[in-house]
Write a protein that binds this ligand. Structure first.
Ligand SMILES: Cc1cc2nc3c(=O)[nH]c(=O)nc-3n(C[C@H](O)[C@H](O)[C@H](O)COP(=O)(O)O)c2cc1C
Length: 375
């Protein structure tokens, strides 16, 4: 732990003694942060400070993904009349959200999982200057603010996203309180953050060290002003780091497969979900599939997956998805039109084609497609 604080202290001193200079870090805190905040809207009164905080459960069954975040909203007692020109840091959609909270919810939309707000027992000051000074002194003293009691059980999760606003080019101390209190050793820990234009600073490395993660892929840093339109950025990042899936509980570990259509041999993967594993038992699996709507090839199957494996799914798809559909009792390969899915029934992704999808555009209207494990 001590090692961790050497770079933080260096940063802190850079911060504290650069008040009159043209130091970029100083500018971040004193002007840029507030400037961005002026684009954010708030209407609601003070955020309450409940006595215990528990994860907001996913609507689906238990998930192995936890999305933990810290935000000013939820940790600050804003007055009733706070408005966009004060220091409130809030994204207004239909409801108000903290900027980082909004990102957390976007991640959950993509991968499912449970949400958990890191909440300090003492709310942080509303006034920006006071907050900046308090943060400086918390950093200087390596102070870990006490968190609101929680019954969060991190042992249930394999992948933990940690979200935070960048404060003084680092993680807020409350995030370090969380990492000190909850054991994430050996898990996949994925940082994400919002900022006012100066990026993630040293925060990813701090999270990596303090969490004792087995794996910690590259994080995502989104500037606060871009948060409301960051949906594609978030989805692309989740794809890039290999944590992607539309339903809670979907583990995205994968096994290589081959998809054979006549002379054409394509690469793909099958997921490690219960449904995909059950269907994998039928490999090599040949299905007579028909082209439909310029977007998919589908065909009936003669097995019925166990009902308990059919959780999740949705009426959208990504190009390349291999899916099972309970309603039509068939499998499909989607290759186009992910932007305009128009599905009338839910499909559950069980894998995806990783080769170039353009071959599907020139196939006969009816083809035999064989799914087998890669050799
Ligand atoms: C005390 C403090 C320090 C900040 N330091 C930085 C910084 O170093 N770099 C930066 O780009 N933004 C900085 N910001 C801006 C926040 O990171 C940004 O507004 C963030 O999106 C707020 O997220 P939230 O609404 O979830 O709290 C700082 C804000 C505060 C309050």
């Amino acid at each position: 732990m001590k090692k961790l604080w050497i770079p933080l202290l260096c940063l802190l001193f850079a911060y504290s003694f650069s008040g009159c200079g043209n130091n970029p870090t100083n500018q971040i805190e004193e002007s840029k942060a507030e400037e961005t905040e002026s684009q954010l809207v708030t209407e609601e009164s003070s955020a309450s400070t409940p006595e215990s905080s528990k994860p907001e459960q996913s609507a689906e069954n238990e998930s192995n993904i936890l999305i933990v975040y810290f935000s000013r909203w939820g940790n600050t007692e804003y007055p009733n009349d706070v408005d966009a020109t004060t220091s409130a840091s809030i994204v207004a959609d239909e409801e108000n959200y903290g900027t980082t909270e909004y990102m957390a919810r976007m991640i959950r939309k993509n991968v499912g999982g449970d949400l958990h707000l890191i909440q300090t027992q003492e709310p942080y000051p509303t006034d920006f200057d006071e907050l900046r000074d308090l943060n400086h002194s918390e950093m200087a003293e390596n102070y870990l603010p006490a968190l609101v009691e929680s019954n969060l059980d991190t042992s249930r999760y394999d992948t933990v996203f940690i979200g935070y606003p960048v404060w003084a080019t680092e993680v807020p101390q409350a995030v370090l309180s969380f990492l000190n209190e909850y054991d994430l050793t050996g898990k996949t820990v994925v940082p994400f953050c919002t900022h006012d234009g100066y990026g993630a600073g040293g925060s990813y490395e701090t999270i990596r060290e303090a969490s004792h993660a087995a794996e910690s892929p590259d994080g995502l840093a989104v500037e606060a002003k871009d948060v409301l339109t960051a949906e594609n950025t978030v989805a692309a990042w989740l794809e890039e780091i290999g944590i992607r899936g539309k339903s809670a509980g979907t583990e995205m570990t994968e096994t290589a497969i081959t998809i054979t259509i006549g002379d054409i041999v394509l690469d793909g993967v099958i997921y490690d979900t219960a449904l995909a594993q059950e269907i994998k038992e039928y490999f090599p699996l040949t299905i007579s599939m028909s082209g439909f709507g310029g977007r998919e090839y589908y065909g009936g199957v003669d097995f019925y997956p166990a009902a308990e494996n059919l959780a999740g799914g949705g009426n959208t798809f990504d190009n390349g998805d291999i899916t099972y559909c309970e309603a039509h009792h068939n499998m499909a390969v989607f290759y186009a039109q992910t932007d305009n899915p128009m599905l009338s029934v839910d499909v559950i992704p069980i894998g995806r084609v990783t080769s170039d999808l353009s071959v599907f555009e020139n196939l006969e209207s009816r083809v035999e497609i064989t799914f087998s494990l890669a050799e």
